[in-house]
Design a protein around this ligand. Structure first.
Ligand SMILES: Cc1ncc(COP(=O)(O)O)c(C=O)c1O
Length: 442
């Protein structure tokens, strides 16, 4: 068939002119792996759903595989869709390079694994994601890395810990999981560098829309793209960004240990990036309003959201975060029973784990993400039995407030053994009206 304008649209049998007599199986495999010719660039990055890439000859294949020349040979080493996603995140994070992984934990594992060896020391925030803590202790600790957990909001403690013994990595989260502790990146980076340590940051709760730790002195940033970057709870991915030299080491570690991101997942995560700004604006506005409402409820003993002036690191958040974000935590009276009853009474938020999605998710860390910690470890991580963590979604604020109000009633009932009820004399939100806090935009 001639190369007429619609020849490619309707399917051109044997466009390569291969007329050799072949068996059906051979023909089927060759026909099904023939690449379409595309002269007009697609507007979306194509999903290169392939593990293998062909080279012109053995020499080229060897050179690509060993990295002597740029190119693609095997999916665990590199894939165009995955690389496009990693470089998009690197650009948004203000970093020179990035490499993507099959999950946030794989990204953290590779970032740290590329930096430490047996005998090295990591100083990490005590208020980190529970599985990060498990990885630090159960994977790196078991392999001979010393891990010390400290309060990174106390810079004197950080300085003393770094001075006490040589440290390879100082590890923090921009906004910590679950207690919304905000790390002072410029100060921590300066301390780390003064003591010869590499400053590694988990930026998952913030996303680059709120904060770009590399611009504030961090050396490597890890992120679970499963959360805000992808944004819809339907794809699992992670990414590490930083200088080209450090990211190259992280990539080399991944080549040896696995953890590569699937191209289809990379495509989905990349689609999320396009709406990150819009989603983060809405997450922030709703979360700040919900936090202010929660702060004046009689059943709520404490609220943590960076926009609240009562937040311990409100001043740092105001300097460092472009917006205050969609994550908040609050503590309700009545302990563990009240926390569980609150979750069970909600009708809009799903009872599920994760965060950073279009829908609101309320978690009770003592019974979910931090279940592996005993009471002492929970307390050391700043987690009380009645602590609830909320990832505020994109729903209407009024619906969320009404749902939370109902659930608070159920929680106080459960927490008091059933003989307490919400104060019927007071309209919701009026008890502490005199001390009500208004969110300050950060
Ligand atoms: C702060 C933080 N970092 C890393 C992770 C791990 O990400 P993933 O579940 O994509 O492995 C999570 C997961 O909840 C998280 O909250």
């Amino acid at each position: 068939m001639a190369d007429s304008p619609d020849a490619r649209a309707i399917g051109d049998a044997r466009p390569t002119g291969d007329t050799q007599p072949r068996g059906f199986a051979t023909r089927a495999i060759r026909a099904a792996h023939r690449l379409p010719r595309v002269d007009q660039a697609p507007t979306s990055v194509p999903i290169y759903q392939t593990v293998t890439f062909t080279s012109a000859d053995a020499e080229e294949l060897g050179a690509v595989t060993t990295g002597e020349i740029p190119g693609y040979s095997y999916g665990r080493l590199a894939n165009p869709t995955v690389a496009a996603f990693a470089s998009a995140v690197a650009e948004l994070e203000g970093a020179a390079a990035g490499f993507a992984f099959g999950s946030g934990m794989a990204a953290i594992h590779a970032a740290l694994g590329a930096l430490v060896s047996a005998g090295d020391r990591i100083v990490a925030t005590r208020s980190s994601y529970g599985t990060t803590r498990s990885q630090l202790v159960g994977v790196f600790g078991r392999l001979g890395v010393t891990v010390d957990f400290i309060d990174i909001t106390d810079l004197a403690t950080v300085e003393a810990a770094l001075a006490a013994s040589p440290t390879r990595v100082l590890y923090a989260e921009t906004i910590s999981n679950p207690t919304i502790v905000v790390a002072d990146h410029p100060a921590l980076a300066e301390l780390a560098h003064r003591h010869g340590a590499i400053y590694v940051v988990d930026n998952t709760f913030a996303s680059p829309y709120l904060c770009r730790p590399i611009e504030l002195g961090a050396d490597l940033v890890c992120e679970s793209a499963t959360k805000y970057l992808a944004g819809h709870s339907d794809v699992m991915a992670g990414v590490v960004v930083g200088s080209t030299a450090l990211v190259q080491r992280v990539r080399d570690f991944e080549v040896d240990t696995g953890g590569a991101l699937d191209p289809h997942a990379a495509f989905l995560a990349m689609r999320g990036l396009s709406t990150l700004a819009l989603r983060m604006e809405r997450h922030t506005a709703t979360a700040a309003a919900l936090a202010a409402w929660l702060a004046v409820q009689p059943e709520v003993t404490r609220v943590w959201h960076p926009a609240l002036p009562s937040h311990p690191q409100h001043a740092i958040a105001s300097r460092q975060l472009d917006r205050s974000g969609g994550m908040l935590a609050f503590e309700i009276a009545g302990g563990r029973a009240a926390g569980e009853a609150f979750i069970d009474a909600l009708t809009i938020p799903e009872r599920t784990a994760s965060l950073g999605s279009v829908f609101t998710i309320v978690a009770h860390p003592p019974s979910t993400t931090h279940r592996q910690l005993d009471d002492a470890a929970l307390a050391a991580a700043g987690i009380t039995p009645g602590l609830l963590r909320c990832s505020v979604g994109l729903e209407d604020l009024d619906d969320l407030v009404a749902d939370f109000e109902r659930a608070l009633g159920a929680a106080i009932e459960a927490g008091s053994g059933g003989d307490a009820s919400r104060d019927a004399d007071r309209a919701p939100g009026t008890r502490d009206a005199a001390t009500a806090v208004e969110p300050t935009p950060v």
